[in-house]
Design a protein around this ligand. Structure first.
Ligand code: PEP
Length: 312
């Protein structure tokens, strides 16, 4: 009787173990084949192995593909030995040339926007899969210029976030209040609304692991967690030369951290002079740089300042 029970117990344990290892094997196989699909992604995963400050350049609608390649050639030697992780959000036509030129330097290339549909009759639009196959690793979503100039709603941005995650792109979700909203004391309300609507239903990775992993992380239990970043970009500080004060940055980042426990970037008139002070604020894991990223020298200088921060 006792022997039978022990055998029964062992068999049950063995079955559970076999099932567990089988699942781990399946997940590894899926990951392997998934990664093997794109040479760009192999670079991406290797480069994201450590937790380092993140410096993202947003070129907006600047530079031809040729200018873009010259830029990468100019900045690569300046970034030798710099610890920051460099991301460049470039115009669509520059994604593939920059991805190819940037491979050796470990710079990650991404887009500034995408549509939420996988394909269809959407003249002038680009899907996540198209970006991915062109060499993009990430995509900016909800930038205030998209919200203000192209009427993007919270609901549309939410659908884009879901699609980007599905297509294995790291979304960098941009949020931020207008000056009027700040004056009325609505900053936290706005950030909460933008974050909770964009991230509804998304299982996020923790800040600790998010920076050292691929966009989609399979767990041994079969669940999927997503890697995502948030950029706090007060609308009034973008392209105005008027950056938020360190105290404002720290306060807003603490709010964002409450609602989105993911790597947080600050964006809004970051330059070679203020980068050190901004990156040193609590809960600031990196910066998103517009105008100042257009010069390889200035952008490299910002990356060097940021690399001095040791992220906890
Ligand atoms: C941006 O475009 O995201 C941005 C922060 O721009 P700038 O640095 O020029 O303010």
């Amino acid at each position: 009787m006792i022997v039978t029970e022990i055998r029964y117990f062992d068999r049950k344990k063995l079955t559970a173990e076999i099932r567990f290892y089988f699942r781990v094997l399946c997940v590894s196989a899926v990951k392997f084949f998934h990664l093997a699909k794109s040479p760009f992604e192999l670079v991406h995963c290797r480069e994201l192995m450590s937790k380092r400050p993140i410096v993202v350049g947003n070129w907006k609608m600047h530079k031809t593909a040729l200018d873009a390649v010259h830029y990468v050639e100019a900045i690569t030697p300046l970034l030798q030995g710099v610890e920051s992780q460099i991301f460049l959000a470039v115009p669509f036509p520059s994604i593939t040339p920059v991805a190819q030129a940037a491979r050796k330097g470990g710079i990650l290339v991404g887009a500034q926007n995408m549509h939420d549909a996988p394909e269809g009759a959407f003249t002038g639009e680009v899907s996540g899969l198209m970006l991915k196959s062109a060499g993009a690793s990430f995509v900016l979503l909800g930038h205030s210029e998209r919200r203000a100039l192209f009427g993007e709603s919270d609901a549309f941005i939410h659908r884009k976030v879901l699609r980007a995650l599905q297509d294995d792109l790291i979304p960098i979700l941009c949020v931020g209040e207008t000056w009027e909203e700040r004056e009325e004391g609505l900053t936290e309300k706005v950030l909460h609304r933008q974050l909770s609507s964009a991230l509804a239903g998304v299982a996020l990775d923790t800040p600790d692991s998010a920076m050292g992993s691929e966009p989609r992380k399979f767990q041994a239990d079969g669940r999927v967690r997503y890697n995502l970043m948030v950029a706090y970009e007060p609308v009034w500080a973008i392209g105005t030369g008027k950056s938020a004060t360190p105290a404002m940055v720290a306060e807003a980042h603490a709010m964002c951290r409450k609602y989105a426990p993911v790597p947080l970037l600050y964006g809004g008139s970051v330059n070679g002079e203020n980068a050190s002070q901004i990156i040193s604020q609590k809960n600031v894991d990196g910066v998103l740089v517009g105008g100042a990223s257009l010069s390889p020298q200035t952008f490299a200088q910002i990356a060097i300042h940021c690399s001095k921060k040791v992220l906890s």
